[in-house]
Design a protein around this ligand. Structure first.
Ligand code: MRU
Length: 356
């Protein structure tokens, strides 16, 4: 069963502190948006869909803390908080999608008493959680069909239960394939600098009894060259209209390698990770993180303290390197400009416009 990564408990946001896993399992309680903002920024909660949910619940915290009696003042308070939450991390579109959706719901109910709007906002945030759970299950069902007995699968970062409200995107496919009785093994990239693969993905896969092998990021090429990997599944932080996909730094190099070795490269992402407002990956803002993350490993400094560092958290994989994109609405293939147009019609609501 998936762990409850993020939830609403006793009028507060409860989340698993992912920076402590796998050796310590501890919840953090956020009862104000500053604590929640810090949790997003420091990766205590991370993964695109989970960040979106954190944003939605953050809006509920903000609404509940507003003392305004009329809609004008209430909406002003809410907007300030939404902008603040939006400044936590720039790449995962799910955050802006969820914040935009919460803002639209507040606006649409501007004639109601403030106490009523607060209840409606909580209902909407819980709906976002339920929808995410349902999308994870649907993506998993589509994706599991692609997993065959004897497969050796490679994955990067963590696209599992810890990154969503249920059992994940990329890893959800694997959990579902296992549930259907498929026998396969999984290689897990450690995913420097923050080691989401080593710390989180191995933990989730082993918990489910999936055969998992941890590798250094720089081992992937040699594994492929030896014919030891035959499929790759990753998640996404933002997919552009043409299928270009931003995901954890290192994903692009895997896609290049996969194409060289003719290995299928699959992206698994819910509709909330699509940004149809942007034409291509060139427009995706890429987060650059603190130099400390590269100069050290798990808090221990390993490089000269003042060495220059370049630390982008994500890269963009061009659509032509992606074999298929698996969503809760089905599996989409090249040419993505055409196939994703169908996806847009099938269920995309353009709610991410403001805070990107
Ligand atoms: O920096 P992170 O840990 O938030 O990065 C997460 C990823 O890159 C995931 O692969 C992505 O969000 C998809 S998660 C379902």
């Amino acid at each position: 069963m998936p762990v409850e990564t993020i939830s609403w408990k006793n009028k507060k946001v409860r989340l698993i502190d992912q920076t402590l896993l796998p050796h310590r399992f501890k919840y953090i309680i956020c009862d104000d948006i500053r604590t929640l903002w810090k949790a997003i920024r420091t990766l205590q909660v991370r993964g695109a869909p989970a960040i979106g949910i954190a944003g939605a619940l953050g809006v509920v915290l903000a609404a509940n803390s507003s003392k305004a009696k009329r809609f004008g003042g209430f909406f002003k308070d809410l907007n300030r908080s939404i902008k603040f939450l939006a400044s936590s991390r720039p790449t995962a579109i799910n955050l802006f999608w969820a914040l935009g959706r919460m803002e639209c719901v507040a606006k649409a109910n501007n004639d109601k008493p403030i106490s009523e709007i607060k209840k409606i906002l909580l209902k909407e945030a819980l709906k976002i959680i339920d929808e995410d759970k349902a999308s994870c299950r649907r993506m998993a069902r589509y994706g599991a069909k692609l997993v065959k007995n004897g497969d050796a699968i490679l994955t990067h970062c963590n696209a599992g239960g810890l990154a969503t409200a249920d059992y994940g995107t990329g890893l959800g496919v694997l959990f579902e394939a296992k549930r259907r009785g498929r026998h396969f093994k999984v290689y897990v990239d450690e995913t420097r600098p923050m080691l989401q693969g080593a710390r989180l993905t191995t933990w989730e896969l082993m918990h489910d009894g999936i055969d998992a092998t941890l590798i250094c990021d720089n081992t992937a090429a040699s594994l492929m060259e030896k014919g030891k990997v035959n499929k790759i599944f990753v998640g996404a932080d933002r997919v552009a209209r043409n299928g270009d996909t931003a995901n954890k730094i290192g994903t692009y190099s895997l896609a290049v390698l996969a194409n060289h070795h003719r290995i299928p490269f699959y992206v698994v992402a819910p509709v909330s990770s699509f940004d149809f407002r942007i034409k291509s990956g060139k427009d995706i803002p890429i987060e650059e993180r603190d130099a400390k993350e590269v100069r050290s490993v798990l808090g221990r400094v390993i490089a000269p303290k003042n060495v220059k560092v370049y630390n982008p958290a994500f890269d963009v994989t061009p659509n032509e390197l992606i074999t298929a994109i698996i969503t809760e609405k089905g599996i989409f293939r090249k040419p993505y400009v055409l196939s994703l147009r169908k996806l847009r019609k099938l269920g995309y609501r353009d709610e991410n416009k403001r805070y990107r």
